[in-house]
Design a protein around this ligand. Sequence first.
Ligand code: FES
Length: 156
Amino acid sequence: MAIVKSDVSFIENVVAKYPTTKGGIVAILQEIQEREGYLSPDALDETARLTGISVNEIYGVATFYSFYKFNPPGRHVIQVCLGTACHVRGGSKILKELERLLKIKVGEVTPDGKFELNRIACLGCCALEPVVAIDGKFYPRVTARKLPAILAEYQD
Ligand code: FES
């Protein structure tokens, strides 16, 4: 998919704000991801063209940090808490069951782009363990049996 003109001028503006150093590249990529939700190959190419730094080098910087994403985000973001309280009460089982139901691994997006599956260290409501959040909505005391009904709430 070709990058659209508005994205090119957005990237031009971002690149102009930062030095073409490693730290500058980190900041540039962060702004691009904040807007686009991920770093597309076209955005990486455009950043390389505008900074004069090779796309391989830029990709090397991006892959060093785990917070960069290289695929479009899912329409619904699932976060499975694996903090201590949730882990003890079966958080990993919940995650495994979601991987089975959605046929993806943690960190991936379903082929239809509907769900993105992530784990998180703590959602901040440990008394409700184990907790799953979808698009910011919290599901307390989740069990594997409850998951199909929870996922069915998300039709689009
Ligand atoms: S450990 Fe799961 S919400 Fe804190």
